[in-house]
Write a protein that binds this ligand. Structure first.
Ligand code: PHE
Length: 355
């Protein structure tokens, strides 16, 4: 039997077996590799007697093409089988019931912060942020709060070091200082965020939320403050008119200072905001003290303005009918599910009530 016939027969026998891709590739290189069976036959051509050489070369070329085609076909076949097996194995059963997945809810405090930010942004306030860990200077000294002021007491403030230089900010007012130190007037900002005081009962939590407001420009007066708060509260509670009163108060960093109450009543067991004879305190405010402006190098003979600090949690409780402040921070999944907001059901405006 000629060498060529032998090569062909052996090859055909091997090809009949069940082969995988690495095996067929091995066969291919045994034949056509550098020292493969076919390649070596080509090397022999020169040594064949001239009379036979032409036929041998032609037979060899035919064999080479034939084997190469068969190998390509086999590879194709193996790949098809593998794909089909995979398809068969990984078939998706569309009739299976879907897996249960839980979509989170937006916490009422986050929702309320979003609403507050959009309401103020509509009248030109931008949003600033400050860190929860503050220094004593920004939280107290720069805000005209003297060393012996009761707010500095350990009963009120969480200090983070012996020297009482670092603390958890007791209000968002230090963001006033940070903002005015880093820019030039005018300023028109709000600063929502977490605040901390050593306090805990049904209406006080050691961590709570405030939103600071600051508007400094030439000729800003208390009328602007009143107009701004009136706009904010009516928008926030989605009412046409609101009963509001300014009660004289004291903050070291504002003069004059006031606390603002809104009117409410309980009608048929429902809380009605903005009417009635009862009063609820919701914020502190006033005209920024010249000492504060001087501390941040703002010329208090040219610039003046107002600031306010609103308790966010209190507002959220009123708007969404939540009666225990502590529930906000207990992370009870059932509570969140009930009071939280669907993240995909984004209200077209900030109006959370019309969801
Ligand atoms: N920082 C004050 C508080 O936490 C509130 C406030 C802010 C008062 C700005 C006046 C001006 O009670």
């Amino acid at each position: 039997m000629s060498d060529l016939k032998k090569i062909k027969d052996e090859f055909l026998t091997k090809l009949k077996g069940k082969l995988n891709l690495p095996e067929i590739n091995q066969i291919k290189s045994d034949l056509f590799g550098k020292n493969g069976l076919i390649s070596s036959q080509f090397k022999k051509i020169g040594s064949i007697v001239e009379s036979d050489r032409k036929k041998f070369a032609s037979d060899l070329n035919i064999l080479k093409d034939e084997l190469q085609n068969l190998i390509d076909l086999k590879i194709q076949e193996i790949e098809n089988t593998e794909i089909n097996e995979k398809l068969e194995k990984e078939r998706i059963d569309v009739t299976l019931p879907e897996r249960n997945f839980v979509r989170g809810k937006i916490h009422p405090v986050s929702q309320t912060i979003d609403e507050i930010s959009s309401i103020f942004s509509e009248i030109g306030f931008s949003v600033e942020e400050g860190p929860d860990v503050e220094n004593e200077y920004n939280n107290f000294t720069a805000l005209n709060t003297p060393k012996n002021h009761p707010a500095r007491d350990m009963h009120d403030t969480f200090y983070l070091d012996e020297k009482k230089e670092k603390l958890l900010r007791t209000h968002t007012s230090p963001v006033q200082i940070r903002t005015m130190l880093k820019d030039k007037p005018p300023f028109k900002i709000i600063a929502p965020g977490r605040t901390y005081r050593s306090d805990s009962d049904q209406t006080h939590a050691p961590m709570f939320h405030q939103v600071e407001g600051l508007h400094i420009d030439k000729n800003i007066n208390m009328g602007h403050l009143k107009g701004c708060l009136d706009y904010f509260i009516t928008e926030f509670f989605e009412v046409k008119k609101i009963k509001m009163r300014f009660r004289p108060s004291h903050f070291p960093f504002t003069e004059p200072s006031a606390e603002v109450d809104i009117g409410y009543e309980i009608r048929d067991g429902k809380l009605i905001i903005g009417e009635g004879n009862k009063w609820l305190e919701i914020l502190g405010c006033g005209m920024v003290h010249p000492n504060v402006l001087n501390n941040v190098k703002v010329d208090s003979t040219k610039y003046q303005g107002y600031a306010f600090g609103i308790g966010i949690d209190r507002l959220a409780m009123l708007k969404y009918g939540i009666n225990d402040l502590r529930a906000f921070f207990e992370c009870d999944y059932r509570w969140l599910n009930h009071f939280g907001f669907d993240p995909l059901d984004v209200p077209t405006s900030y109006r959370g009530l019309s969801r």
